[in-house]
Design a protein. Structure first.
Lengths: 164, 350
């Protein structure tokens, strides 16, 4: 009869809820703190350079073919005689665009590239107001030149397991 | 024309209305924070330090929204509904004694707006009028679901009013007076009435939950079933009025409960009269108001604590509880109290 009034059950339930008030909260106060990511986290793409500062990408198109979402487009161009310090081989990508809205961040382009030219870093894709703003061209994707801008290059390379 | 009295009452009324509104505002904030802490998360902490300015942001959002009045609704009643709900919520605060009295400008200013002899009866009368706010809101929306929710809400309110009244009758047998000021003064001298009337307090507590449409009795809102229930068609400040009226109802119910059963503005374990001799009347009156607020805040926290613990009652379970359980219990309470009071009057022998 005492049990049927539900009061003991209610009191027990209320003590549980009260106890929860003092437990540790799993919420993360973004953007002051961020959750740590693993080193193999697939984030934004970065077009790589080699140690002498030359772009690695040769516009072979293997990443565009490998992409399941057809997010990569490129246009090749021939290297002129005075530009040996800019590009590694005779062909380079004059226009290289990735549509971040189509990209599914699978990493197949990173696996397909024969020149180690593209890899996926640890940053998110930030928000934008227009669809056009999400089509990332070569300027946003290319890693800074290690000879002319060494600090940015080092920062963009980052350490494995660190947020960029 | 006693201008001083008029001015004093006008100032007191505006202060109490202002304080009720501010407390209702911060009750929304407290509700979200308490709910969050009980659910292992943090609650609003972005607007201002620790989220203190969140209610201002909410109020601003409600003001800025578009006022939609459905074409097929009854326009006059549509606008009247929230106003009525707010009116009855505010009117109850007129008879609650917020503190004893201040001694300013050579006069004794009482902190109760109207110390009528029929204080408790007045509260019940006004709360009964609160049904109209719900019903009119549901009817004027011209929406079958709102109407159903409003009917359920109205029937819930009137069923639980009965048990509330009966529980209070037992209390009145002990106090001998309906006026709230007298009840508090009696508790200052004697014991708090929670000790004399535990069952009555329990019944009153359950009925207060039902009157304020709070979980576990909130099927007139039924956040996950009937969408928003009787205030579904409302937008912008009319919705704000309905929500605010509910929070002010919670505040006033807490105040009434602490006045009737927990001694009102009396500071517990302290002899108020002797303290007034020592420190002067005004500081003690301030302390008494603070003590009443602490009791009210404890009750409000209790309201929220129950809300985030218990699941909602089904409609037939709710009616069963109101009519078949609470009314017999309160009748038994009345009989036992009457028996003991008569016995006491007869000097403890038959």
């Amino acid at each position: 009869m005492w049990e049927r009034m539900y009061l003991p059950a209610i009191a027990k339930g209320m003590s549980i809820t009260f106890g929860h008030m003092f437990k540790k909260k799993p919420t993360v106060n973004y953007p002051e703190k961020t959750r740590p990511f693993s080193p193999v986290f697939r984030g934004l793409h970065v077009l790589n350079r080699d140690e002498q500062g030359r772009e690695r990408c040769t516009a072979c198109g293997l990443c565009a073919v490998a992409c399941p979402a057809e997010a990569i487009t490129m246009e090749g161009a021939e290297r002129m005689p005075g530009e040996e310090n800019l590009y590694r081989e005779e062909k380079y990508a004059a226009k290289y665009e990735i549509n971040m809205l189509r990209c599914i961040f699978c990493g197949l382009c990173e696996e397909a590239c024969p020149k180690d030219a593209i890899y996926l870093s640890e940053t998110f894709a930030p928000a934008n107001y227009t669809r056009k703003g999400f089509i990332y061209g070569k300027e946003e994707l290319l890693i800074p030149n290690p000879l002319t801008q060494p600090e940015e290059f080092a920062k963009a390379k980052g350490k494995p397991g660190q947020n960029q | 024309m006693d201008w001083a009295l008029l001015i004093e009452k006008a100032v007191l009324i505006s202060i109490i209305i202002g304080v009720s509104l501010v407390i209702a505002m911060y009750e929304t904030y407290a509700e979200r924070k308490v709910a969050a802490f009980m659910q292992d998360r943090r609650g609003p902490n972005r607007a201002g330090p620790g989220g203190i300015l969140q209610p201002l942001a909410d109020g601003l959002k409600l003001f800025m929204k578009e006022e939609i009045i459905p074409n097929s609704s009854n326009r006059f009643l549509f606008i009247l509904g929230p106003g009525l709900a707010m009116l009855t919520a505010m009117m109850t605060s007129a008879v609650v004694p917020w503190s004893s009295h201040f001694h300013l400008f050579g006069r004794d200013i009482s902190m109760q707006i109207a110390d009528v002899n029929v204080g408790i009866l007045y509260i019940f009368g006004v709360v009964s009028m609160g049904v109209y706010g719900v019903m009119i809101g549901g009817w004027a929306s011209n929406n079958k679901f709102s109407l159903m929710a409003a009917i359920r809400g109205a029937s819930q309110i009137i069923s639980y009013e009965l048990a509330m009244g009966l529980a209070i009758i037992a209390l009145l047998m002990i106090t001998g007076s309906l006026s709230l000021g007298t009840i508090v003064k009696q508790q200052q001298i004697g014991h708090y009435y929670i000790l004399l009337q535990p069952l009555g307090f329990l019944i009153f507590l359950v009925c207060a939950f039902a009157e304020c449409n709070r979980t576990p009795f909130d099927l007139s809102e039924a956040d996950s079933e009937l969408n928003m229930g009787f205030h579904q068609e409302y937008s912008s400040m009319k919705l704000g009025f309905y929500l605010f009226a509910e929070y002010i109802n919670v505040f006033i119910s807490s105040a009434v409960m602490s006045t009737l059963y927990f001694g009102g503005y009396d500071i517990p374990f302290v002899n108020d009269g002797a303290l007034a001799q020592h420190w002067g009347q005004n500081p003690v009156a301030v302390l008494q108001a603070v003590s009443l607020f602490l009791k009210v805040v404890a009750f409000i926290f209790f309201f929220m604590w129950v809300r985030w613990t218990l699941p909602r009652f089904r409609y037939d379970q709710l009616m069963n509880l109101g009519w078949k359980v609470l009314i017999p219990l309160s009748l038994i309470n009345m009989l036992v109290t009457g028996f003991v009071v008569l016995l006491k009057l007869n000097h403890w022998h038959f």
